[in-house]
Design a protein around this ligand. Sequence first.
Ligand SMILES: [Zn+2]
Length: 209
Amino acid sequence: MKDLQRLLDNNRRWAELNAQQDPQFFASRAQGQEPKFLAIGCSDSRVPLEMLTGAEPGEMFVHRNIANQVYPSDLNALSVLQYAVEALKVPNVLVLGHYGCGGVAAAMGETPFGLVDNWLGDIRDVRRRHAHEIDALPDESARLDRLVELNVMHQVLNLARTPVIQMAWRQGRRPMIHGAVFGVRDGLLRTLVTEVCTNAQADELIPLV
Ligand SMILES: [Zn+2]
């Protein structure tokens, strides 16, 4: 209960502070949402997407899973995507990976972890495809960092190929897709690929992933 009580106390202070600074803070948000971003991130507790980008409530629609993946068969992610693109009409989708990702690290090695190995299969494929480049790097940390980046670009491509995005682009609508990596060691975001909003741009990613 102690752990939960700390969250409840923090929440009360947060709500009071926001209401003091802006009496309409919650009333205006209760009217609806118009987020500028759908962010797809990792479940890792060190990567709180709104906190590290300073996004206020209402600015970011969020989906998180292990290693920020977009599987074409993942009904959860695809439902979030469809709602964000078709109902909320978000102008941007951001895939955000992070250095030191445990999911990507698990996909680097051969150690079996059980059920989660099914979830990591796609990243293992990316690792195999880029074995030459990754194995040439000087140490395990550099190899993991590179696979984190390749995974983000691969997920941007997966996203671009979903029927939801294809339909939106065909109708001349956004979103633009961006890929970035968060550094848990320095707290900084680094963009890898930005403003992908055509199939030609997505196809250019293929040699990279
Ligand atoms: Zn992670």
